[in-house]
Ligand binder design. Structure first.
Ligand code: PPE
Length: 333
């Protein structure tokens, strides 16, 4: 099985669909699919990295657990267990010969072609489960990790969790993210930061956010309508190991301007420094010391060059049969 090349982007040739591996070109859906009309999907974004022991998937179990949690919130029961989905993800990476890649598992409400049911009521529609993978470069640009990005505070409010629960990574949430992202891009920024419905800092369109002040890390709490990011959690655990004080507390908009350092975290964005907000320079206007320190350790951990905090099993090595058999059962969240 070789990788597919679409406009120089490497794509895993197989997609896992409801328990079987199918070709990329076969993974199509009908236009009357419920998810297309009503946003009824939940998904994940996971990265696999090159290590000395071959490719390893970063925090696979935690991501698949979050996928299942998201599905549970929306009553999208799937017949596949966490372990089965983890094994399928490993197989997509291994079978596709992917050295590094981004994995996109997605569960959505499909269409029963024999007995179509239209309208908002989701219950009559079948639950579909897919995993695709492709080689995704740096999310906010090649240089972003070093030089930092210019961002704005969005005029759009993050959807409150009593409208769309932020703990669930649902496709529908990303309509809000798209408004934030488009406004940012059209304004000449790389990314937008949303405030929550009380006007406190929430998160980026696809990233969590950290402030560094006087050597201390501050990040919005889960109550600020944020996705409980797995990179956020990784950074918190790394910071704890380093003895850096961490506070999960509300952050005012102006505190972004006055921060010593500011950075985004996310699977796609990894740890990306922010050098300005609303054209106000943050700190020295470049990647700060603590951001760099956290980045260095994070990159070493994801590439298997040093153990995760508390020796946690954050890496699933795709060529390691032993590891493969236990994928998904090594740690929960
Ligand atoms: N908040 C949001 C809204 C979000 O989408 C992400 C991930 C995060 C926080 C960080 O979560 P985590 O990846 O578990 O650390 N955004 C994903 C989607 C990006 C995309 O464009 O698609 C990602 O980073 O994979």
């Amino acid at each position: 099985m070789s990788t597919k090349d679409v406009n120089t982007m490497k794509i895993a040739p197989k997609i896992w669909r409801n328990g079987e591996f199918i070709n990329w070109d076969e993974a199509r859906v009908h236009v009357m699919t419920h998810a297309i009309h009503y946003g009824s999907s939940v998904f994940e974004g996971i990265r696999a990295y090159h290590t000395e022991r071959g490719t390893a998937v970063f925090r696979l179990t935690e991501h698949i657990q979050r996928l299942l949690n998201s599905a549970k919130v929306y009553r999208m029961d799937t017949t596949y267990t966490r372990e089965e989905i983890c094994l399928a993800a490993v197989e997509i990476v291994r079978g596709g010969g992917m050295d590094e890649c981004y994995l996109r598992p997605i569960i959505f409400r499909g269409l029963n072609e024999e007995k179509p049911a239209f309208g908002v009521n989701p219950f009559p529609n079948p639950i579909e489960c897919y995993i695709a993978a492709w080689d995704w470069g740096k999310y906010l640009g090649e240089e972003a990790l070093e030089t930092g990005v210019d961002v704005c505070v969005s005029s759009w409010t993050r959807t409150p969790s009593n409208s769309l629960p932020a703990v669930a990574k649902a496709g529908a949430n990303y309509m809000n993210s798209q408004l934030i992202k488009m406004e940012a891009i059209l304004g000449g920024f790389s990314e937008g930061i949303a405030l929550d419905d009380r006007g406190m800092v929430s998160e980026g369109s696809g990233e969590n956010l950290f402030v560094v002040n006087n050597g201390k890390l501050i990040t919005p709490p889960l109550g600020a309508s944020i996705l409980p990011g797995i990179t956020r959690d990784s950074v918190i655990q790394i910071a704890k190991e380093l003895g850096i004080e961490i506070q999960e507390t509300t952050i005012q908009r102006a505190a972004l301007y006055l921060a010593d350092e500011l950075f985004f975290t996310g699977t796609a964005a990894e740890i990306t420094p922010i050098r300005s907000v609303d054209r106000i320079t943050v700190g020295a206007g470049k990647r700060g010391e603590i951001t760099k320190q956290l980045q260095d350790i994070y990159f070493d951990v994801i590439h298997g060059k040093r153990p995760a905090p508390n020796d946690a099993p954050w890496l699933t090595y795709v060529n390691d049969t032993e590891e493969k058999k236990t994928a998904g059962s090594s740690s929960g969240s």
